[in-house]
Design a protein around this ligand. Structure first.
Ligand SMILES: NC(=O)c1ccc[n+]([C@@H]2O[C@H](COP(=O)([O-])OP(=O)(O)OC[C@H]3O[C@@H](n4cnc5c(N)ncnc54)[C@H](OP(=O)(O)O)[C@@H]3O)[C@@H](O)[C@H]2O)c1
Length: 303
């Protein structure tokens, strides 16, 4: 039986990943913080992090997980001065503490999570926002642990993830609202790269297999892209069609946001052995139910 430590297991993708690993017969521990909501996942053990590095060293020495899956993160499309500390704590400090504890306990396999937003305008590195910059900062820190301590890492840079169980109310929630009332949108010409959460979870499992098979010599980074970004207007049309909705979207009624991604990053490497299987037509089906009945589902646009 394989053992995993998962951070971010109370979140949208981490929760799905933890369930998948349990279903596959892994023993899984979720690293949570005091006040984290329940994972709602029977069979999942929880360790409440006291915030110290020593706590993580003790935990990893005890668990000796075969793979650590690091998904915990604070996502903010835009930040205010008060957000700087929580962004750094969640996206840099926690990861650094985890990598240190991995080095100390000789727990060497890590699947990490980045974002396509590290690559504005197709750049090797140009972060869209401070959130993306903190993701890169942790990736840079990992290079030290890879070189000096032998960590083997696979970082999956995600695009927009959607599917059942997303508590965040963004694009699909706005489209659902548009079935009931006029909703102001931008001009809608930006391309959006949507990947179903089941495909994203499969990417994490594929990355873990790669690590377990000894195929990763140091650090690898892959883009978990649909390979088929589509204009927002087209996404809205597919959503309406697959859910039998008439949408009252007011295109162009609001401006694009600053540093809007008009074309998602397309130069990332594809993870060997993985490809997305669920297209929008299939993935959107059933997600258009009015929020009163199905308010926990949606697409989060961005991050
Ligand atoms: N969803 C997307 O479209 C998307 C796109 C690109 C990249 N990503 C990346 O994919 C990963 C998962 O995303 P998601 O959408 O599933 O995130 P999410 O639903 O927002 O969940 C975030 C998770 O991180 C945990 N967390 C945050 N700060 C923490 C801390 N300091 N200590 C411990 N736990 C902490 C949260 O725990 P609490 O319950 O304690 O809050 C929660 O479990 C993230 O790394 C995100 O940056 C997601």
């Amino acid at each position: 039986m394989k053992t995993a430590l998962v951070t971010g297991a109370t979140g949208f993708i981490g929760g799905r990943l933890a369930r998948r690993l349990l279903d596959d017969g892994w023993r899984v521990t979720a690293l949570v913080r005091p006040g984290s909501k329940p994972t709602g996942c029977p069979g999942l053990k929880r360790h409440v992090h006291d915030g110290s590095t020593e706590d993580l060293v003790r935990l990893l020495r005890r668990l000796r997980p075969d793979v650590v899956f690091h998904l915990a993160s604070l996502f903010l499309a835009e930040h205010a001065p008060a957000d700087v500390r929580p962004l750094v704590e969640s996206n840099v400090l926690l990861g650094c503490q985890l990598a240190e504890a991995m080095a100390q306990s000789r727990t060497l396999r890590l699947v990490n999570t980045g974002t396509s937003w590290q690559h504005y305008h197709e750049a090797a590195y140009d972060p869209i926002n401070l959130y993306a910059a903190t993701k890169q900062a942790f990736a840079d820190i990992l290079a030290y642990y890879e070189g000096a301590h032998g960590l083997r890492t696979v970082t999956l840079e995600l695009f927009d993830t959607y599917g059942p169980g997303d508590p965040r109310r963004k694009l699909l929630a706005a489209l659902r609202r548009a079935a009931e009332a006029d909703v102001a949108f931008s001009a809608g010409r930006q391309l959006i790269d949507l990947v179903h959460v089941a495909d994203v979870v499969e990417a994490f499992v594929t990355a873990a297999r790669r690590l377990l098979a000894g195929r990763v010599r140091r650090g690898e980074t892959y883009a978990i892209s649909s390979g088929r970004p589509r204009p927002l207007r087209e996404v809205a049309a597919v959503f309406a069609r697959t859910n039998g909705l008439r949408l009252r979207v007011k295109w162009g009624a609001r401006p694009y946001r600053p540093r809007e991604v008009m074309r998602p990053w397309s130069r990332g490497r594809r993870l060997p052995g993985w490809r997305p299987k669920i297209g929008l037509e299939e993935g959107f089906r059933g997600l258009g139910v009015p929020s009163g009945l199905n308010g926990k589902e949606g697409v989060s646009h961005g991050s």
